[in-house]
Design a protein around this ligand. Sequence first.
Ligand SMILES: [Zn+2]
Length: 67
Amino acid sequence: MLIVYEITFIMFSHIRSIGGNMEAYCMKCKAKREMQSAEQITMKNGRPATQGVCPNCGTKMFKIGKS
Ligand SMILES: [Zn+2]
């Protein structure tokens, strides 16, 4: 059980580790903003992408590719 917990923790901290310092284009602000709570995700086709939230308006931001 401890091993399962540790693996979960490692995966979680890996997702979190990139947070905060990535720019993406906000569709609502029509400007580049620094992505908040950025997360590395994998799209359905297996390619990496980054997802976050606009610090200005709270709209979800999305950027294809690794940080
Ligand atoms: Zn925005």
